[in-house]
Design a protein around this ligand. Structure first.
Ligand code: PLP
Length: 397
C-alpha cells in the first residue's frame, strides 16, 4: 500500500505529462507528422555545438576518476567558481564558489531550498498561473502552497493581493520570470513594488521572507527585453536556474542555486542546501554535466528559433480571433479559452484536430490554455489550419 501522501500526488499527477504520453500514442497511431504536440516544454532546438565539444574535450583530456567521481555535495569548486565569475560579469555581483550549489535541474534546486526553509505548515506563495509542480515540491516538506492571482490584464504579480496572502508563516515567495505558462517577463518596477511589500511584511512579522527566483528561462527573452537580476532588487533572494531550456539539456538534469552572502542567514542556508542535496539522495549534481556547463558559460541557445515560432503562432492565433498574451520570454503562449471550461476546448483540439495543448487549471488558472511552441516551425505551420477550424467552430471570427 502506498503512502497517503503519495496517493494524493498520484491522483493529481501532472496533466501535462499525461498529455505528452497521449501524444506519443497518437503519433504511433496517426503518424508523428499528423499530431501537433504543444504539451511539454521540451526544447526542439539542439544543444549548442559547444556542449558537444566540451563533452569530447572533457572525456579526452580530463582524469576519468575525477570526471565521474563523487565530489563536494555542492559541486566541483572550480565549476562553481567559473559560474560565479560568469554571473559577476553579467550582473556586477561579487559571488564566489561558496555562493553556488550545483543542483539536479531547477526542480532539484527548488526541492533543496524547500527542504532548507520549510517546517511543517509553513507557507510558500506562488502567483497564478504557475508551474504546477510547485505544489508537490512544497508538499514534499509539508509546506503549504498559497496562490495569489496575478493582475488579470498583465499577469504581473498583484501586490495588493500578495499583501493579503502574506502571514507570519510565509517563508518564501516564488517568482518565475520569464514565466511558464504566460511567457510574461516582470519589469523591474513591479519587482521593486513586490520587494517593498516583502520588506514591510518582514518587519511587521519579525520574519525572513525569501524570494525564490525560479529562472530556467532567464536567457530566453525577446526583443532585447530586460530580465532583471532580482538579488540586486531584494537582498533575501535565492536564485534557482538550470540548463534544461537555455542549453536544451532537460534530460541531463543540471542546474544551480545562487545563495548570495547578502541573504539573511546565508551561511546556514548554504550549509543546509549542501546537506539537503546529499540527504535528498541527489548526493551531487551530475558530475560530467557540471564540468560541461562550466566550459559553456558563453554558449547560447538559438533564441531566434523560438522567436520565429512565437511570431508565426501569435499572429495566426490573433488573426483567428483568439485572445493571446504576447510572450516576452520563455517558449509558451497563454491563450484564453473560447469556452468557460477550457477542458472542453482542449478536448476538441485533440479529438478533432490532433492538437495537444494543456488546460490552464494545471497551472492554477481556469479558462485559459498553454501552448508550448518549442516545437519544429513546420509543426506550427501544419497545426494552424486546425486552430483556425476550432476558432471558427466557436464563432470567434
Ligand atoms: N520551473 C519552471 C517554471 C519550469 O517550467 C520547469 C520545467 O519545465 C522547471 C522549473 C524544472 O526545470 P528542470 O527541468 O531544470 O528541473
Amino acid at each position: 500500500m502506498i503512502s497517503k501522501k503519495m496517493q494524493g500526488f498520484v491522483a493529481n499527477s501532472s496533466a501535462i505529462r499525461a498529455m505528452f504520453e497521449e501524444g506519443k500514442k497518437m503519433a504511433a497511431e496517426f503518424g508523428a507528422d499528423k499530431v501537433y504536440d504543444f504539451s511539454l516544454g521540451n526544447p526542439n532546438v539542439p544543444a549548442p555545438e559547444e556542449v558537444k565539444q566540451a563533452i569530447i574535450e572533457i572525456l579526452n583530456e580530463e582524469d576519468p576518476v575525477l570526471v565521474h567521481g563523487y565530489m563536494n555535495n555542492s559541486g566541483y569548486d572550480d565549476v562553481r567558481a567559473a559560474l560565479a565569475a560568469h554571473l559577476n560579469s553579467l550582473y556586477g555581483t561579487n559571488y564566489g564558489s561558496e555562493n553556488l550549489v550545483m543542483t539536479v535541474g531547477a526542480a532539484g534546486g527548488l526541492n533543496v531550498m524547500f527542504k532548507t526553509l520549510l517546517n511543517p505548515g509553513d507557507e510558500v506563495i506562488t502567483v497564478t498561473p504557475y508551474f504546477g509542480e510547485y505544489r508537490a515540491y512544497a508538499g514534499n516538506y509539508d509546506g503549504v502552497l498559497i496562490e495569489s492571482p496575478t493582475d488579470p490584464e498583465t499577469f504581473y504579480p498583484d501586490v495588493k493581493d500578495l499583501a493579503s496572502k502574506i502571514t507570519a508563516r510565509t517563508r518564501a515567495l516564488i517568482i518565475n520570470s520569464p514565466n511558464n505558462p504566460t511567457g510574461v517577463v516582470y519589469p523591474e518596477s513591479v519587482l521593486r513594488e513586490v520587494a517593498d511589500l516583502l520588506l514591510q511584511k518582514q518587519e511587521e512579522f519579525g520574519t525572513e521572507i525569501y524570494i525564490i527566483s525560479d529562472e530556467p528561462y532567464r536567457e530566453i527573452a525577446f526583443d532585447g527585453i530586460d530580465v532583471p537580476w532580482i538579488p540586486s532588487i531584494y537582498a533575501n533572494t535565492i536564485v534557482g536556474s538550470s540548463y534544461s531550456k537555455t542549453l536544451s539539456l532537460p534530460g541531463e538534469r543540471i542546474g544551480y542555486l545562487v545563495i548570495p552572502t547578502e541573504a539573511a542567514d546565508s551561511k546556514n542556508l548554504i550549509a543546509s542546501a549542501n546537506v539537503a542535496t546529499r540527504i535528498l539522495g541527489y548526493v551531487n549534481a551530475p558530475s560530467l554535466m557540471q564540468r560541461v556547463v562550466a566550459k559553456c558559460c558563453d554558449a547560447k541557445t538559438d533564441v531566434d528559433y523560438y522567436d520565429r515560432n512565437r511570431k508565426l503562432l501569435y499572429s495566426a492565433l490573433q488573426e483567428d480571433g483568439f485572445e493571446c498574451v504576447r510572450p516576452d520570454g520563455a517558449f509558451y503562449m497563454w491563450i484564453k479559452s473560447p469556452v468557460a471550461d477550457e477542458r472542453e476546448f482542449v478536448a476538441k483540439a485533440k479529438d478533432e484536430e490532433r492538437i495537444l495543448i494543456v488546460p490552464g487549471r494545471s497551472f492554477g488558472c481556469e479558462g485559459w490554455v498553454r501552448i508550448a511552441y518549442c516545437v519544429a516551425y513546420e509543426t506550427i505551420v501544419n497545426a494552424l489550419p486546425g486552430f483556425k477550424r476550432v476558432a471558427e467552430s466557436y464563432g470567434l471570427k
